[in-house]
Write a protein that binds this ligand. Sequence first.
Ligand SMILES: [Zn+2]
Length: 125
Amino acid sequence: MPNTKGPDQIFQRALAEQEILLPKCDDCGAFHFFPRVLCPHCHGTAISWQRASGKGRVHTTTVVRRKLERGGDYNVCMVELEEGVRMMSRVEGIAPGDVVIDMAVTAFVGEAEDAPIVLFRPAKV
Ligand SMILES: [Zn+2]
């Protein structure tokens, strides 16, 4: 369960308003994800939030097999955002097996089990 206070909640609240915010350390300038209280790079506590550009590339991708009556196969991937952080997510709007490593993708806020989550779609060329 996510914290009721703290960085998780800030992230989730922004998502609920269709905004993807990323924690950025004011001490070393690096982004990180998941949201944490301490910067994982320098252990600094001066964390501020910046809107993600939404641009990323598929880092790893897998097709998870699922029976058709349960929704069919789906994609699980790790996307590396332009900001240098990686998110576990999936690419929608394309067949799960057509997602390939290094493909350019764009983040959007979707919904899973009534909660907003970050999803990706193929970037427009
Ligand atoms: Zn830092």
